[in-house]
Design a protein around this ligand. Structure first.
Ligand code: S3P
Length: 427
């Protein structure tokens, strides 16, 4: 796909539904009792993979645009799938489904695409085995294809080495399936808390104490009405674009600003961006707001520690912003980037270098020196990673010569209408 530079981005964008929350709404709705109604559902490939897996387990799910209805089967109502469950490109589908399958007394087999086959699953399968599930897969259950026979589980107190909402959620979902026992998980830093918030909306009692979250087994989930907020990880591409493309002013509508996810807003402020958070709504289970951004003079910053899980998916676009900021930006404590849809330390550094960025990889992140003009004329690739594809498309707004983006279709995973939205605000 050929991408051309921009003379400015102006207007309003309705940011599509949050990917993490859309997955959870379908999953929890499937094992709840009654009809769950989801609005502003993200119709991206990842969330459609989740729907397809639950349909194969006998759940009646109707999709009408961004409205979804799920007729819940209850926690013990899923049926043994006759076919392999295919998670496609989706780590959230793979890891969270494993948590639920651990507690269901049937056999299933889980696969995904080439990227999923490289992503570590023992962070989830090890604790689930400790709880009593029978799981096998390549390299002792670390890689797909994974087969699982669930059944009766015992509660555990688990200390996770990584701050991962996928690990936390899988353990909490398995914890729901124990016979009244308590399960707890402690993380090194707080990861996104969408599961905790949404389980409460489905009537479950979840306890949070610092970095530890606990749940008692045997609780039934009750169907809920879920309005999915706009995805801050998708909004991040337009926040960055608004800040770095000259002559820009964008308003992004109804974006989720959950504090465990909103690290990008902190970084924009630290970098000196002209950003405003307006129309804040806190009545729902997830807070949301409109975000306004204008072209800004940015400065480099350091991003590390507790902040990393709050913006882990935004690091590719932050790296691009840093190429347009004065001074040095250091991103560290982010080794998790290596096990995302691609090794995002490598893909970000290699692709941005092709456009002339001064960027180097480190063991646990990257260092970027700005401000550097980006040069076009090069061919870059998403490497099948949606967030790399969108980051490079925003980079192309700044280059004099066009940029050829290979594997642009990867963007459908989380933001199918991305290029339409970009074209609409492009001056
Ligand atoms: C997600 C959690 C994060 C994030 C991913 C979605 C979720 O992964 O990177 O895109 O929905 O729980 P980890 O839990 O592995 O950090």
């Amino acid at each position: 796909m050929k991408l051309h530079s921009s003379r400015g981005l102006q207007g309003e964008i309705q940011i599509p539904g949050d990917k993490s929350i859309s997955h959870r709404a379908v999953m929890f709705g499937s094992v709840a009792e009654g009809k769950t109604v989801i609005t502003n559902f993200l119709n991206g490939a990842d969330c459609l993979s989740t729907i397809s897996c639950f349909k194969k387990m006998g759940v009646d799910i109707t999709v009408d645009g961004t409205n979804v209805e799920v007729i819940g089967k209850g926690l013990d109502g899923l049926q043994e799938p006759a076919d392999i469950l295919d998670a496609g490109n989706s780590g959230t589908t793979t890891r969270l489904i494993l948590g639920l399958l651990a507690g269901t007394p049937f056999h299933s087999c889980l696969i995904g695409d080439e990227s999923i086959a490289k992503r570590p699953m023992s962070r989830v399968t090890d604790p689930l085995k400790q709880m009593g599930a029978s799981i096998d897969g390549r390299e002792n259950g670390n890689f797909t294809p994974i087969s699982i026979r669930g059944g009766s589980l015992s509660g555990i107190s688990y200390e996770s080495k990584v701050a991962s909402a996928q690990v936390k959620s899988a353990i909490l979902l398995a914890g729901l399936c124990t016979n009244g026992e308590r399960t707890s998980i402690t993380e090194p830093h707080k990861s996104r808390d969408h599961t905790e918030r949404m389980l409460k909306s489905f009537g479950a009692d979840v306890e949070e104490d610092g970095l530890t979250v606990s749940i008692k087994g045997g609780q039934k989930l009750k169907a809920a009405q879920i309005e999915v907020p706009g995805d801050i990880s998708s909004a991040a591409f337009f926040l960055a674009a608004g800040a770095i493309v000259p002559n820009s002013k964008l308003v992004l509508k109804r974006v989720g600003i959950n504090p465990t996810r909103s690290g990008i807003l902190d970084v924009l402020e630290k970098m000196g961006a002209d950003i405003k958070v307006t129309e804040v709504e806190t009545a729902s289970f997830e807070p949301l707001a409109d975000l306004e951004i204008e072209t800004s003079d940015l400065r480099g910053t350091t991003i590390s520690g507790d902040l990393i899980p709050k913006l882990i998916d935004e690091i590719p676009i932050i790296a691009l912003m840093a190429t347009q900021a004065e001074g040095k930006t250091i991103i560290k404590d982010a080794e998790e980037l290596k096990v995302k849809e691609t090794n995002r330390i490598d893909t970000v550094v290699n692709e941005l270098k092709k456009l002339g960025a001064d960027i180097e990889a480190t063991e646990d992140g990257m260092i970027i020196r700005g401000k550097t003009p980006l040069i076009g004329g090069a061919e870059v690739s998403s490497h099948g990673d949606h967030r790399i594809g969108m980051m490079l498309s925003i980079a192309a707004c700044l280059t004099e010569k066009p940029v050829e983006l290979a594997h642009a279709d990867a963007i459908n995973v989380s933001y199918p209408q991305f290029f339409n939205d970009l074209a609409r605000v492009n001056q």
